[in-house]
Design a protein. Structure first.
Length: 342
């Protein structure tokens, strides 16, 4: 009983206001009693935004994150397997096929992402090395910098707890995400930085059948990279973001110096390093607005919508540089095939 009381205290401490309301409702419904005695909780909050299994999942995630055990706990989430595969690097020819295809978003989520940009995060299989993000505009052309070169930014998706993608607090899973605007304000700046966080959502089970052969070339069917997000989703992972940080990383010998590892989110550089002030999160927000045809102003950050592809392109033990992806993109464009997003 003492352990369970500690669990409830931890829930109350770390939960946000919305979660506090949910937990209070759970207690009123005697939900905690079925947890305490073991077995599957049968009482959940009725008419709540979260379904019963999602309520269970939320409590389970808090318990795992804070290493609290609940005697006799049973839940309905997919069992955690020790042998989930780790995505291998996508062969260059298949990366180029992904980048050069014409793709229709017309029927994906009932056209919600029709004629919107696609952002790509190119990574190594070893996640301790920074990736690069670039943006493909709806006309099929890649977003360019003012000097005419390819626009890209370094970005990191590495777990501060060194956990794999399918575990809570693990690496950012490879796969396809939906970018659905930003958080209402840039709060908790010490952790998340001075700029608004981009909201990443998984593709739902009801819509994942639209990926292969449409957003993902059919030749990728035997590749696992795009399925990793589905595994992570089914294990209850959630609340992914792209954000900067108010924290610092001063270890120059680190493979990701000037970046900060996270509990699963993608992070951009922020702060002063070697005489340079980085504000990459705002640069990314501006680039997405530009690619979407929006005026670049803070009021329009809420309207940012795009699809995000996070994929491994090699097993090299070094950061992905702009030059690495310029070659892949140049090859995809030299095919002579006119690609576009519609």
């Amino acid at each position: 009983m003492k352990v369970f009381c500690l669990f409830l205290c931890l829930l109350w401490t770390v939960a946000g206001k919305a979660d506090q309301v949910l937990i209070e409702d759970l207690l009123k419904q005697d939900f905690y009693e079925s947890l305490r005695v073991g077995g599957l909780p049968t009482n959940c909050v009725k008419e709540h935004a979260l379904e019963c299994d999602q309520q269970q999942r939320m409590i389970y995630l808090f318990a795992e994150r804070h290493s609290v055990s609940i005697p006799g706990w049973v839940m309905t989430a997919a069992p955690l397997k020790a042998d989930y595969p780790f995505p291998k690097a996508v062969p260059p020819s298949q990366v180029q096929e992904l980048l050069s295809r014409s793709v229709s978003h017309q029927h994906f989520y009932s056209g919600r992402y029709q004629a919107l940009p696609e952002a790509y995060v190119f990574c190594r299989t070893q996640r301790k090395y920074p990736c690069q993000i670039a943006i493909r505009q709806p006309n099929g052309q890649w977003l360019r910098s003012e000097d005419g070169g390819l626009w890209s930014l370094p970005i990191l998706g590495y777990s501060k707890k060194r956990k794999p993608y399918y575990k809570v607090d693990g690496n950012t899973p490879f796969g396809v995400y939906r970018i659905d605007g930003v958080m209402p304000e840039a709060n908790n700046r010490w952790v998340f930085g001075s700029f608004r966080r981009l909201i990443l959502n998984f593709v739902s089970p009801q819509n994942e059948g639209q990926l292969l052969g449409n957003l993902i070339p059919s030749s990728h069917e035997g590749l696992f990279w795009w399925q990793a997000t589905q595994v992570a989703r089914d294990q209850g992972r959630d609340l992914f973001r792209i954000h900067g940080t108010g924290l610092g990383h001063r270890n120059r010998r680190s493979s990701y110096y000037s970046f900060v590892s996270t509990r699963g989110c993608l992070t951009t550089r922020e702060g002063h390093y070697d005489g340079v002030r980085y504000r990459d999160q705002q640069i990314l927000l501006d680039a997405l607005m530009r690619a979407q045809g929006l005026n670049v102003e803070s009021a329009n950050e809420h309207f940012i919508r795009a699809l995000l592809f996070v994929l491994p392109i090699s097993e090299d033990d070094r950061a992905v540089e702009r030059e690495d992806i310029e070659g892949l993109i140049a090859e995809s464009m030299s095919s002579g095939y006119e690609s576009k997003v519609y």
